[in-house]
Ligand binder design. Structure first.
Ligand code: ADP
Length: 462
């Protein structure tokens, strides 16, 4: 099967979140399963500066190779992608994002023709690539090159839909008639993701629970109606985790490698983390870690008010994150109030992330909603017990055997789960058994790739 995988960020070239991890790993798993795969992404400034070998194909198109032989094509354009950020800068989203990603989608479809890649499936991800199915069913509807091509759209986070003022519709290059309720119109605005959902052949999202949740008013972000209408074409496939990147047994970013057979060595990482973060090195003190975007979605609204209570329980806290200034400030205030108990690191730092996953005892991830979530899967692999709210992919991966789960989204329930974890930590043998169960969980991409192949078959028979 020939797959063209289109995403706006791909590890190791550009990353702001989990989408990049998926886009860097799933194509490899599909290749291993026998597919012929290419990837197409924008050629941002960060790609040019990256250490990867990037070759020039022609004016405006370059490429790199990942896996055995997967070409990752970069769509270049100085005006649109020659800047520091992917989607925005310090003052928020770039005002020309509609133009930027319309260009990316059109150029991707032209590129497939230029390199004569007759894809069976174009697998598009999130709103930035969601115009591709729309273009295929409108501008390219009579193009024989695409006669047998089907599209799959994966939603990585329904909270980001690509909303723009109606006045900008001409920038998409689409027939103005498509700005209607059955097309891209959404309460008077342009909604790019909605267009993709209407026009693609199959919709997937990144966990079975989230696939159901997005069809409800609570987590459908206004698109629950569209999704329910297409309900028989909506599938949830849990993301895998790239164990070649996330494995404490072979990780050159942590103080000491360890595995389920050498769990004592995890405490060398704990001591290293405590020391380097200015916390008192002590094996017996429970160390909780947080690695996250500092966004409302990640549960910071219930976490920040109880941080004091957590510290009073005797826990140490190491926080790594960047995002909303509101949370930067609230966390700075808490860190000032509890020196020696909270280590606050307001930045993006991959090495520190690895050291937290390796060194912490508990991983806090009380997300309000979570399409899949990688943090909890990584922490499970590292024997760092996740504490999560029961939602989306967190509900599909964490349970009472391998972690702590609370099912009412409130600060009281979060705190109660924290207390339960602190009590469980005192039972050494019980905690060790829990760590072992956590480390045995397997979320490999191999299984996810098989599920995607089934979905591709469904799209092809549509
Ligand atoms: P999302 O994609 O919503 O941000 P996920 O849990 O799916 O959340 O993925 C987040 C990924 O980004 C994980 O690999 C996590 O370790 C990483 N990450 C998040 N914040 C930081 C940070 N400040 N520094 C380093 N890595 C981070």
């Amino acid at each position: 099967m020939k797959i063209a995988f289109c995403a706006s960020e791909v590890v190791p070239f550009a990353k702001t979140g989990g989408l990049a991890d998926v886009a860097g790993a799933l194509p490899l798993a599909l290749e291993a399963a026998g597919c012929e795969v290419i990837v197409i992404m924008p050629g941002y400034e960060v790609v040019r500066r990256s250490s990867s070998v990037v070759r020039r194909l022609k004016e405006g198109i370059s490429y790199a190779v990942i896996g055995k032989n997967i070409k990752v094509y970069f769509i270049e354009n100085d005006k649109y992608f020659g800047r520091d950020g992917l989607y925005g800068g310090k003052s928020g989203d770039y005002p020309d994002n509609l133009e930027r990603f319309s260009y990316y989608c059109r150029r991707a479809l032209e590129l497939l023709k230029e390199i004569n890649f007759r894809a069976d499936i174009i697998h598009v991800n999130d709103w930035q690539a969601a115009l591709i199915p729309v273009y295929l069913k409108s501008i390219y509807s009579q193009d024989t090159f695409y006669k047998n091509t089907r599209t799959v759209l994966t939603i990585h986070n329904l909270g980001y839909q690509g909303l723009f003022p109606r006045e900008e519709f001409s920038k998409t290059g689409l027939d103005p008639g498509l700005f209607n309720i059955d097309g891209l119109e959404f309460y008077g605005k342009i909604n790019i993701l909605k267009g993709g959902l209407e026009f693609c052949d199959v919709i997937t999202t990144v966990s079975p629970t989230y696939a159901l949740e997005i069809q409800t008013a609570e987590l459908g972000f206004g698109l629950e109606g569209v999704l329910r209408e297409r309900g028989s074409r909506v599938f949830g496939i849990l993301n895998g985790l790239d164990y070649s990147v996330w494995d404490p047994a072979v990780d050159n970013l942590i103080a000491k490698d360890y595995s389920i057979h050498s769990l004592e060595d995890k405490y060398i990482n704990k001591e290293d983390l405590q020391k380097s973060c200015g916390l008192t090195p002590d094996k017996e003190t429970m160390l909780a870690g947080i690695v996250t975007r500092l966004a409302e979605q990640k549960g910071l609204d219930i976490l920040t008010p109880v941080i004091g209570n957590i510290c009073k329980m005797g826990l140490q806290l190491v926080i790594l994150g960047t995002g909303d200034l509101k949370y930067h400030r609230l966390l700075q205030k808490a860190a000032k109030k509890y020196p020696g108990l909270i280590s606050l690191n307001l930045k993006f730092d991959n090495r520190l992330a690895h050291r937290i996953y390796a060194g912490a005892d508990l991983f806090l991830m009380p997300s309000q909603y979570e399409p899949c979530g990688l943090g909890q899967m990584i922490s499970l692999r590292f024997g760092t017990i996740p504490l999560v709210f029961k939602t989306g992919g967190l509900a599909d991966t964490v349970n009472i055997d391998n972690g702590f789960v609370f099912d009412k989204y409130s600060r009281q329930d979060l705190l109660a789960a924290g207390k339960q974890a602190a009590a469980a930590f005192r039972d050494k043998a019980g905690w060790r058994a829990r760590m072992e169960r956590a480390m045995r969980c397997d979320f490999s991409w191999e299984g996810a790739a098989k599920a995607y192949l089934k979905v591709y078959e469904k799209a092809l028979s549509s």
